[in-house]
Design a protein around this ligand. Sequence first.
Ligand code: ADP
Ligand code: F6P
Length: 459
Amino acid sequence: MNRLIVISNRVMLPSLNNKESAGGLGVAIEESLKRNGGVWFGWSGEISNDKKIEPEVLKNDNVTYVTLKLSPENYENFYNGYSNASLWPLLHYRLDLVEYSKKKYSGYQRVNSIFSDLISPFLLKEDIIWVQDYHFILLARELRKKKCTNKMGFFLHVPWPSKEVLMTLPDHKEIVESLLDYDVIGFQTKSYVLSFLDYIIREMNGTIDSDGFVFAKGKKVKVQHFPISIDTEKFIELSKNAVGSAHVNRLVESLGKSNLIIGVDRLDYSKGIINRFKAYENLLEKYPEHKRNSTLMQIAPISRGDVWQYKELRQELETEAGHINGLYSDFDWTPIRYLNRGFNRKILAGFFRRSQIGLVTPFRDGMNLVAKEYVAAQDPSNPGVLILSQFAGAAEELDGAIIVNPYDIEAITEAINISLKMSSEEKLHRWIRMIEQINEFDIHKWSKNCIKAIESITV
Ligand code: ADP
Ligand code: F6P
Protein backbone atom coordinates (compact mmCIF):
# COMPACT_ATOMS: atom_id res chain seq x y z
CA MET A 1 0.00 0.00 0.00
CA ASN A 2 1.41 3.37 -1.00
CA ARG A 3 1.83 6.17 1.48
CA LEU A 4 -0.69 8.98 1.33
CA ILE A 5 0.21 12.66 1.29
CA VAL A 6 -2.74 14.93 2.06
CA ILE A 7 -2.73 18.69 1.70
CA SER A 8 -5.64 20.74 2.99
CA ASN A 9 -5.90 24.24 4.33
CA ARG A 10 -7.12 22.98 7.70
CA VAL A 11 -5.50 20.01 9.43
CA MET A 12 -7.06 17.93 12.18
CA LEU A 13 -4.19 17.51 14.62
CA PRO A 14 -4.11 14.30 16.70
CA SER A 15 -4.78 16.26 19.90
CA LEU A 16 -8.36 16.53 18.61
CA ASN A 17 -8.72 12.75 18.33
CA ASN A 18 -11.80 11.12 19.77
CA LYS A 19 -13.32 14.44 20.68
CA GLU A 20 -16.92 14.82 19.72
CA SER A 21 -16.04 18.04 17.90
CA ALA A 22 -14.22 16.21 15.09
CA GLY A 23 -16.03 16.48 11.74
CA GLY A 24 -16.51 13.64 9.27
CA LEU A 25 -14.06 14.89 6.65
CA GLY A 26 -11.18 15.23 9.10
CA VAL A 27 -11.91 11.83 10.53
CA ALA A 28 -12.05 10.20 7.08
CA ILE A 29 -8.76 11.76 6.00
CA GLU A 30 -7.10 10.73 9.22
CA GLU A 31 -8.47 7.20 8.83
CA SER A 32 -7.11 6.97 5.27
CA LEU A 33 -3.75 8.29 6.43
CA LYS A 34 -3.60 5.73 9.20
CA ARG A 35 -4.53 2.95 6.78
CA ASN A 36 -1.81 3.86 4.28
CA GLY A 37 0.62 5.73 6.53
CA GLY A 38 1.57 9.20 5.38
CA VAL A 39 1.82 12.92 5.93
CA TRP A 40 -0.85 15.62 6.35
CA PHE A 41 0.18 19.17 5.42
CA GLY A 42 -1.72 22.38 6.02
CA TRP A 43 -2.02 25.76 7.67
CA SER A 44 -1.79 25.77 11.47
CA GLY A 45 -4.52 28.43 11.61
CA GLU A 46 -1.99 30.88 13.11
CA ILE A 47 -0.27 34.02 11.84
CA SER A 48 3.40 34.71 12.47
CA ASN A 49 5.53 37.83 12.09
CA ASP A 50 8.74 35.77 12.08
CA LYS A 51 11.03 36.43 9.12
CA LYS A 52 11.59 32.73 8.57
CA ILE A 53 8.60 30.56 9.39
CA GLU A 54 9.53 27.01 10.33
CA PRO A 55 6.97 24.21 9.95
CA GLU A 56 5.77 22.35 13.00
CA VAL A 57 6.15 18.61 12.64
CA LEU A 58 4.29 16.16 14.80
CA LYS A 59 4.46 12.39 14.53
CA ASN A 60 1.72 10.08 15.70
CA ASP A 61 2.25 6.38 14.84
CA ASN A 62 2.47 6.13 11.05
CA VAL A 63 1.07 9.62 10.38
CA THR A 64 3.11 12.83 10.36
CA TYR A 65 1.43 16.23 10.65
CA VAL A 66 3.22 19.21 9.15
CA THR A 67 1.66 22.61 9.71
CA LEU A 68 2.81 26.06 8.77
CA LYS A 69 1.90 29.48 10.13
CA LEU A 70 1.07 32.17 7.57
CA SER A 71 2.80 35.56 7.47
CA PRO A 72 0.36 38.51 7.87
CA GLU A 73 0.78 39.23 4.15
CA ASN A 74 -0.01 35.68 3.12
CA TYR A 75 -2.93 35.52 5.53
CA GLU A 76 -4.32 38.66 3.91
CA ASN A 77 -3.66 37.82 0.26
CA PHE A 78 -3.83 34.02 0.19
CA TYR A 79 -6.49 33.19 2.80
CA ASN A 80 -8.66 36.31 3.21
CA GLY A 81 -7.85 37.50 -0.29
CA TYR A 82 -7.69 35.18 -3.27
CA SER A 83 -9.14 32.10 -1.52
CA ASN A 84 -12.02 33.75 0.31
CA ALA A 85 -12.68 37.07 -1.44
CA SER A 86 -11.97 36.00 -5.05
CA LEU A 87 -12.40 32.23 -5.50
CA TRP A 88 -15.05 31.54 -2.84
CA PRO A 89 -17.63 34.09 -4.08
CA LEU A 90 -16.87 33.23 -7.70
CA LEU A 91 -17.30 29.49 -7.19
CA HIS A 92 -20.57 30.21 -5.36
CA TYR A 93 -21.93 32.42 -8.17
CA ARG A 94 -21.62 35.67 -6.16
CA LEU A 95 -19.93 37.78 -8.81
CA ASP A 96 -21.16 40.90 -7.01
CA LEU A 97 -18.91 39.98 -4.05
CA VAL A 98 -15.78 38.97 -5.97
CA GLU A 99 -12.79 41.12 -5.17
CA TYR A 100 -9.89 40.65 -7.48
CA SER A 101 -6.35 41.99 -7.55
CA LYS A 102 -3.01 40.83 -8.94
CA LYS A 103 -1.66 41.18 -5.40
CA LYS A 104 -4.15 38.63 -4.09
CA TYR A 105 -3.36 36.23 -6.93
CA SER A 106 0.39 36.60 -6.29
CA GLY A 107 -0.24 35.76 -2.64
CA TYR A 108 -2.15 32.65 -3.73
CA GLN A 109 0.63 31.60 -6.12
CA ARG A 110 3.23 32.26 -3.42
CA VAL A 111 1.54 30.12 -0.77
CA ASN A 112 0.99 27.27 -3.25
CA SER A 113 4.68 27.49 -4.07
CA ILE A 114 5.68 27.63 -0.37
CA PHE A 115 3.68 24.45 0.22
CA SER A 116 5.32 22.69 -2.71
CA ASP A 117 8.73 23.56 -1.17
CA LEU A 118 7.53 22.27 2.16
CA ILE A 119 6.19 18.99 0.76
CA SER A 120 9.00 18.07 -1.64
CA PRO A 121 11.59 16.88 0.92
CA PHE A 122 9.05 14.56 2.52
CA LEU A 123 8.07 12.84 -0.74
CA LEU A 124 8.92 9.25 -1.59
CA LYS A 125 8.68 8.07 -5.19
CA GLU A 126 5.58 5.90 -4.74
CA ASP A 127 3.61 8.29 -2.52
CA ILE A 128 0.09 9.20 -3.57
CA ILE A 129 -0.70 12.89 -3.28
CA TRP A 130 -4.27 13.96 -2.48
CA VAL A 131 -4.95 17.70 -2.49
CA GLN A 132 -8.12 19.15 -0.96
CA ASP A 133 -10.10 22.17 -2.10
CA TYR A 134 -9.83 25.56 -3.75
CA HIS A 135 -6.95 26.86 -1.62
CA PHE A 136 -4.46 24.62 -3.42
CA ILE A 137 -5.48 24.43 -7.07
CA LEU A 138 -1.95 25.42 -8.22
CA LEU A 139 -0.13 22.88 -6.09
CA ALA A 140 0.25 20.14 -8.71
CA ARG A 141 1.74 22.64 -11.14
CA GLU A 142 4.22 23.84 -8.52
CA LEU A 143 5.20 20.26 -7.66
CA ARG A 144 5.52 19.24 -11.32
CA LYS A 145 7.89 22.21 -11.82
CA LYS A 146 10.06 20.51 -9.21
CA LYS A 147 10.01 17.31 -11.32
CA CYS A 148 7.57 15.54 -9.03
CA THR A 149 6.15 12.52 -10.91
CA ASN A 150 3.95 11.14 -8.13
CA LYS A 151 0.32 10.31 -8.79
CA MET A 152 -1.75 13.31 -7.74
CA GLY A 153 -5.44 13.74 -7.15
CA PHE A 154 -7.41 16.89 -6.41
CA PHE A 155 -10.83 17.10 -4.80
CA LEU A 156 -12.92 20.26 -4.94
CA HIS A 157 -15.27 20.54 -1.96
CA VAL A 158 -17.16 23.52 -3.37
CA PRO A 159 -19.16 23.97 -6.60
CA TRP A 160 -17.53 24.25 -10.01
CA PRO A 161 -19.41 27.02 -11.82
CA SER A 162 -20.57 27.34 -15.39
CA LYS A 163 -18.03 28.42 -18.00
CA GLU A 164 -19.56 31.91 -18.26
CA VAL A 165 -19.15 32.53 -14.53
CA LEU A 166 -15.66 31.05 -14.36
CA MET A 167 -14.46 33.22 -17.22
CA THR A 168 -15.11 36.41 -15.24
CA LEU A 169 -11.98 35.46 -13.27
CA PRO A 170 -8.98 37.04 -15.00
CA ASP A 171 -6.84 33.95 -14.24
CA HIS A 172 -9.37 31.34 -15.37
CA LYS A 173 -7.02 29.87 -17.99
CA GLU A 174 -4.14 29.41 -15.60
CA ILE A 175 -6.44 27.98 -12.96
CA VAL A 176 -7.87 25.33 -15.31
CA GLU A 177 -4.53 24.55 -16.94
CA SER A 178 -2.99 24.04 -13.52
CA LEU A 179 -5.72 21.58 -12.66
CA LEU A 180 -4.65 19.51 -15.66
CA ASP A 181 -1.37 18.78 -13.87
CA TYR A 182 -3.27 16.47 -11.53
CA ASP A 183 -3.97 12.88 -12.61
CA VAL A 184 -7.47 12.84 -11.14
CA ILE A 185 -9.84 15.75 -10.57
CA GLY A 186 -12.79 14.99 -8.29
CA PHE A 187 -15.95 17.06 -8.04
CA GLN A 188 -18.93 16.71 -5.73
CA THR A 189 -21.64 16.23 -8.36
CA LYS A 190 -22.27 15.25 -11.96
CA SER A 191 -23.33 18.77 -12.81
CA TYR A 192 -19.99 20.27 -11.65
CA VAL A 193 -18.22 17.67 -13.82
CA LEU A 194 -20.36 18.75 -16.78
CA SER A 195 -19.53 22.44 -16.20
CA PHE A 196 -15.83 21.58 -16.12
CA LEU A 197 -16.06 19.48 -19.29
CA ASP A 198 -17.95 22.26 -21.02
CA TYR A 199 -15.02 24.60 -20.36
CA ILE A 200 -12.50 21.99 -21.52
CA ILE A 201 -14.32 21.36 -24.77
CA ARG A 202 -15.37 24.88 -25.69
CA GLU A 203 -12.48 26.94 -24.33
CA MET A 204 -9.56 24.54 -24.66
CA ASN A 205 -10.55 22.44 -27.63
CA GLY A 206 -10.14 19.42 -25.39
CA THR A 207 -11.75 16.01 -25.85
CA ILE A 208 -13.25 13.41 -23.51
CA ASP A 209 -13.32 9.62 -23.80
CA SER A 210 -15.96 7.19 -22.56
CA ASP A 211 -13.91 6.31 -19.43
CA GLY A 212 -14.06 9.89 -18.16
CA PHE A 213 -10.58 10.91 -19.30
CA VAL A 214 -10.04 14.45 -20.50
CA PHE A 215 -7.41 15.24 -23.11
CA ALA A 216 -6.35 18.88 -23.28
CA LYS A 217 -3.13 20.90 -23.52
CA GLY A 218 -1.20 17.65 -24.03
CA LYS A 219 -2.43 16.26 -20.71
CA LYS A 220 -4.63 13.30 -19.83
CA VAL A 221 -6.69 13.61 -16.64
CA LYS A 222 -9.44 11.50 -15.11
CA VAL A 223 -12.44 13.66 -14.17
CA GLN A 224 -15.12 12.15 -11.99
CA HIS A 225 -17.72 13.01 -9.37
CA PHE A 226 -17.33 11.65 -5.83
CA PRO A 227 -20.19 12.98 -3.66
CA ILE A 228 -18.79 13.51 -0.19
CA SER A 229 -20.77 12.20 2.75
CA ILE A 230 -20.74 11.83 6.53
CA ASP A 231 -19.80 9.13 8.99
CA THR A 232 -23.42 7.98 8.99
CA GLU A 233 -23.11 5.19 11.54
CA LYS A 234 -21.23 7.42 13.98
CA PHE A 235 -23.70 10.27 13.60
CA ILE A 236 -26.68 7.98 14.18
CA GLU A 237 -24.97 6.75 17.33
CA LEU A 238 -24.25 10.30 18.52
CA SER A 239 -27.86 11.35 18.02
CA LYS A 240 -29.14 8.33 19.98
CA ASN A 241 -26.69 8.99 22.80
CA ALA A 242 -27.75 12.62 22.92
CA VAL A 243 -31.32 11.71 23.90
CA GLY A 244 -31.84 12.73 27.51
CA SER A 245 -28.56 14.67 27.67
CA ALA A 246 -28.57 17.91 29.66
CA HIS A 247 -28.48 20.19 26.60
CA VAL A 248 -31.24 18.37 24.75
CA ASN A 249 -33.41 18.26 27.88
CA ARG A 250 -32.98 22.00 28.33
CA LEU A 251 -33.87 22.60 24.71
CA VAL A 252 -37.00 20.43 24.90
CA GLU A 253 -38.07 22.12 28.13
CA SER A 254 -37.57 25.59 26.70
CA LEU A 255 -39.63 24.77 23.61
CA GLY A 256 -42.72 23.53 25.35
CA LYS A 257 -45.09 22.35 22.61
CA SER A 258 -43.44 24.44 19.93
CA ASN A 259 -42.25 22.74 16.72
CA LEU A 260 -38.54 23.30 16.16
CA ILE A 261 -37.18 24.34 12.78
CA ILE A 262 -33.38 24.14 12.76
CA GLY A 263 -30.68 25.72 10.59
CA VAL A 264 -26.98 25.05 11.20
CA ASP A 265 -24.39 26.74 9.02
CA ARG A 266 -21.15 28.67 9.16
CA LEU A 267 -22.07 32.34 8.95
CA ASP A 268 -21.59 32.51 5.18
CA TYR A 269 -23.54 34.38 2.48
CA SER A 270 -23.60 31.21 0.36
CA LYS A 271 -25.86 29.55 2.96
CA GLY A 272 -28.96 31.64 2.20
CA ILE A 273 -29.73 32.35 5.87
CA ILE A 274 -31.27 35.72 5.09
CA ASN A 275 -34.01 34.22 2.89
CA ARG A 276 -34.66 31.60 5.54
CA PHE A 277 -35.38 34.38 8.05
CA LYS A 278 -37.58 36.20 5.53
CA ALA A 279 -39.49 33.01 4.70
CA TYR A 280 -40.14 32.39 8.37
CA GLU A 281 -41.36 35.96 8.82
CA ASN A 282 -43.63 35.40 5.83
CA LEU A 283 -44.94 32.18 7.39
CA LEU A 284 -45.91 33.96 10.61
CA GLU A 285 -47.69 36.62 8.58
CA LYS A 286 -49.45 34.29 6.14
CA TYR A 287 -50.19 31.36 8.46
CA PRO A 288 -50.70 32.87 11.92
CA GLU A 289 -51.59 29.42 13.30
CA HIS A 290 -47.81 28.77 13.41
CA LYS A 291 -47.24 31.68 15.79
CA ARG A 292 -46.21 30.33 19.21
CA ASN A 293 -46.41 26.78 17.79
CA SER A 294 -43.09 27.05 16.02
CA THR A 295 -39.57 28.33 16.65
CA LEU A 296 -36.73 28.79 14.20
CA MET A 297 -33.34 28.08 15.77
CA GLN A 298 -30.48 29.23 13.56
CA ILE A 299 -27.02 28.23 14.75
CA ALA A 300 -24.39 30.15 12.81
CA PRO A 301 -20.86 30.45 14.21
CA ILE A 302 -18.78 33.35 12.87
CA SER A 303 -16.63 32.30 9.93
CA ARG A 304 -13.86 34.24 8.09
CA GLY A 305 -14.64 37.19 10.33
CA ASP A 306 -11.80 39.35 8.93
CA VAL A 307 -13.32 39.42 5.44
CA TRP A 308 -15.62 42.44 4.92
CA GLN A 309 -18.33 40.50 3.02
CA TYR A 310 -18.74 38.32 6.10
CA LYS A 311 -18.84 41.33 8.44
CA GLU A 312 -21.64 42.87 6.39
CA LEU A 313 -23.60 39.62 6.37
CA ARG A 314 -23.38 39.43 10.15
CA GLN A 315 -24.92 42.89 10.48
CA GLU A 316 -27.63 42.09 7.97
CA LEU A 317 -28.67 38.92 9.79
CA GLU A 318 -28.63 40.57 13.20
CA THR A 319 -30.89 43.31 11.86
CA GLU A 320 -33.30 40.85 10.26
CA ALA A 321 -33.51 38.56 13.30
CA GLY A 322 -34.00 41.59 15.55
CA HIS A 323 -36.70 42.95 13.28
CA ILE A 324 -38.68 39.67 13.24
CA ASN A 325 -38.34 39.10 16.97
CA GLY A 326 -39.31 42.70 17.68
CA LEU A 327 -42.41 42.32 15.54
CA TYR A 328 -43.65 38.90 16.64
CA SER A 329 -42.17 37.98 20.05
CA ASP A 330 -44.38 37.70 23.06
CA PHE A 331 -43.37 37.81 26.71
CA ASP A 332 -43.15 34.00 26.71
CA TRP A 333 -42.26 33.17 23.09
CA THR A 334 -39.44 34.23 20.75
CA PRO A 335 -39.83 33.21 17.10
CA ILE A 336 -36.14 33.19 16.12
CA ARG A 337 -33.29 31.96 18.28
CA TYR A 338 -30.16 33.16 16.59
CA LEU A 339 -26.90 31.82 18.00
CA ASN A 340 -23.43 32.77 16.73
CA ARG A 341 -21.64 29.83 18.28
CA GLY A 342 -20.59 26.26 17.63
CA PHE A 343 -21.69 23.16 19.49
CA ASN A 344 -19.99 19.80 19.82
CA ARG A 345 -21.23 17.13 17.47
CA LYS A 346 -23.19 15.15 20.04
CA ILE A 347 -25.20 18.19 21.12
CA LEU A 348 -25.75 19.13 17.48
CA ALA A 349 -26.93 15.61 16.65
CA GLY A 350 -29.33 15.78 19.61
CA PHE A 351 -30.69 19.15 18.45
CA PHE A 352 -31.24 17.77 14.93
CA ARG A 353 -33.12 14.78 16.32
CA ARG A 354 -35.44 17.02 18.31
CA SER A 355 -36.23 19.26 15.29
CA GLN A 356 -39.37 18.73 13.19
CA ILE A 357 -37.75 20.49 10.24
CA GLY A 358 -34.16 20.74 8.99
CA LEU A 359 -34.00 23.94 6.97
CA VAL A 360 -31.04 23.80 4.57
CA THR A 361 -31.42 26.50 1.94
CA PRO A 362 -28.02 27.57 0.59
CA PHE A 363 -27.92 29.76 -2.52
CA ARG A 364 -25.02 27.49 -3.61
CA ASP A 365 -23.23 24.70 -1.80
CA GLY A 366 -20.74 22.12 -3.03
CA MET A 367 -22.52 19.37 -1.09
CA ASN A 368 -23.84 20.49 2.31
CA LEU A 369 -23.10 17.96 5.00
CA VAL A 370 -25.59 19.45 7.43
CA ALA A 371 -28.40 18.07 5.23
CA LYS A 372 -26.97 14.55 5.53
CA GLU A 373 -26.34 14.94 9.27
CA TYR A 374 -29.95 16.05 9.79
CA VAL A 375 -31.20 12.89 8.04
CA ALA A 376 -28.83 10.62 10.00
CA ALA A 377 -29.88 12.13 13.33
CA GLN A 378 -33.62 11.46 12.95
CA ASP A 379 -35.55 9.11 15.18
CA PRO A 380 -36.77 6.31 12.84
CA SER A 381 -40.05 6.13 14.73
CA ASN A 382 -40.76 9.83 14.19
CA PRO A 383 -38.46 11.45 11.62
CA GLY A 384 -38.54 15.13 10.73
CA VAL A 385 -38.68 16.74 7.30
CA LEU A 386 -35.67 18.04 5.39
CA ILE A 387 -36.22 21.18 3.31
CA LEU A 388 -33.31 21.40 0.90
CA SER A 389 -32.12 23.91 -1.67
CA GLN A 390 -32.01 22.72 -5.26
CA PHE A 391 -28.57 24.39 -5.43
CA ALA A 392 -26.94 22.23 -2.76
CA GLY A 393 -24.94 19.31 -4.16
CA ALA A 394 -26.84 17.08 -1.72
CA ALA A 395 -30.04 17.65 -3.72
CA GLU A 396 -28.69 15.23 -6.39
CA GLU A 397 -28.88 12.46 -3.78
CA LEU A 398 -31.52 13.35 -1.18
CA ASP A 399 -34.70 13.05 -3.20
CA GLY A 400 -36.84 12.49 -0.10
CA ALA A 401 -36.35 16.13 0.88
CA ILE A 402 -38.73 18.93 -0.05
CA ILE A 403 -36.61 20.62 -2.69
CA VAL A 404 -36.90 24.41 -2.88
CA ASN A 405 -35.49 27.29 -4.86
CA PRO A 406 -33.69 29.30 -2.13
CA TYR A 407 -34.26 32.57 -4.01
CA ASP A 408 -38.01 32.01 -3.89
CA ILE A 409 -39.02 33.14 -0.40
CA GLU A 410 -42.68 32.24 -1.01
CA ALA A 411 -41.65 28.69 -1.95
CA ILE A 412 -39.64 28.28 1.27
CA THR A 413 -42.64 29.59 3.22
CA GLU A 414 -44.93 27.04 1.58
CA ALA A 415 -42.42 24.23 2.18
CA ILE A 416 -42.29 25.05 5.90
CA ASN A 417 -46.08 25.17 6.09
CA ILE A 418 -46.43 21.83 4.27
CA SER A 419 -43.77 20.24 6.47
CA LEU A 420 -45.43 21.41 9.68
CA LYS A 421 -48.66 19.79 8.50
CA MET A 422 -47.18 16.64 6.91
CA SER A 423 -48.51 13.22 7.93
CA SER A 424 -46.24 10.84 9.84
CA GLU A 425 -46.52 8.30 6.98
CA GLU A 426 -45.23 10.74 4.39
CA LYS A 427 -42.40 11.90 6.66
CA LEU A 428 -41.32 8.30 7.20
CA HIS A 429 -41.58 7.44 3.52
CA ARG A 430 -39.41 10.41 2.55
CA TRP A 431 -36.87 9.80 5.30
CA ILE A 432 -36.34 6.11 4.44
CA ARG A 433 -35.27 7.04 0.90
CA MET A 434 -32.69 9.43 2.26
CA ILE A 435 -31.29 7.31 5.09
CA GLU A 436 -30.82 4.38 2.71
CA GLN A 437 -28.77 6.63 0.45
CA ILE A 438 -26.46 7.93 3.17
CA ASN A 439 -26.14 4.51 4.81
CA GLU A 440 -24.83 3.14 1.56
CA PHE A 441 -22.70 6.12 0.55
CA ASP A 442 -20.86 7.33 3.62
CA ILE A 443 -17.61 9.20 4.13
CA HIS A 444 -15.57 5.97 4.30
CA LYS A 445 -16.76 4.92 0.88
CA TRP A 446 -16.03 8.44 -0.42
CA SER A 447 -12.40 8.48 0.72
CA LYS A 448 -11.77 4.90 -0.45
CA ASN A 449 -13.21 5.68 -3.90
CA CYS A 450 -11.17 8.87 -4.24
CA ILE A 451 -7.92 7.16 -3.29
CA LYS A 452 -8.67 4.12 -5.46
CA ALA A 453 -9.18 6.41 -8.47
CA ILE A 454 -5.76 8.02 -7.93
CA GLU A 455 -4.04 4.69 -7.26
CA SER A 456 -5.42 3.08 -10.39
CA ILE A 457 -4.01 5.73 -12.73
CA THR A 458 -1.25 4.35 -14.90
CA VAL A 459 1.55 6.83 -15.49
P1 ADP B 1 -19.23 24.06 4.92
O1 ADP B 1 -18.17 23.06 4.61
O2 ADP B 1 -19.44 25.07 3.85
O3 ADP B 1 -19.07 24.71 6.24
P2 ADP B 1 -21.08 21.76 5.27
O4 ADP B 1 -22.53 21.77 5.61
O5 ADP B 1 -20.71 20.88 4.16
O6 ADP B 1 -20.65 23.29 5.01
O7 ADP B 1 -20.24 21.31 6.52
C1 ADP B 1 -20.29 22.01 7.73
C2 ADP B 1 -19.85 21.13 8.88
O8 ADP B 1 -19.62 21.97 10.01
C3 ADP B 1 -20.91 20.12 9.27
O9 ADP B 1 -20.29 18.92 9.68
C4 ADP B 1 -21.62 20.81 10.44
O10 ADP B 1 -22.18 19.93 11.39
C5 ADP B 1 -20.48 21.59 11.06
N1 ADP B 1 -21.04 22.79 11.70
C6 ADP B 1 -21.64 23.83 11.11
N2 ADP B 1 -22.06 24.72 12.02
C7 ADP B 1 -21.75 24.22 13.23
C8 ADP B 1 -21.93 24.63 14.58
N3 ADP B 1 -22.54 25.78 14.89
N4 ADP B 1 -21.45 23.83 15.54
C9 ADP B 1 -20.83 22.69 15.24
N5 ADP B 1 -20.64 22.24 14.02
C10 ADP B 1 -21.08 22.98 13.02
O1 F6P C 1 -16.22 23.39 2.72
C1 F6P C 1 -15.54 24.50 2.39
C2 F6P C 1 -14.56 24.99 3.46
O2 F6P C 1 -13.77 25.99 2.90
C3 F6P C 1 -13.64 23.94 4.02
O3 F6P C 1 -12.53 23.68 3.20
C4 F6P C 1 -13.30 24.57 5.32
O4 F6P C 1 -12.75 23.72 6.27
C5 F6P C 1 -14.62 25.15 5.75
O5 F6P C 1 -15.23 25.55 4.56
C6 F6P C 1 -14.48 26.27 6.77
O6 F6P C 1 -13.82 27.41 6.24
P1 F6P C 1 -12.47 28.00 6.79
O7 F6P C 1 -11.44 26.92 6.75
O8 F6P C 1 -12.16 29.16 5.91
O9 F6P C 1 -12.73 28.42 8.22
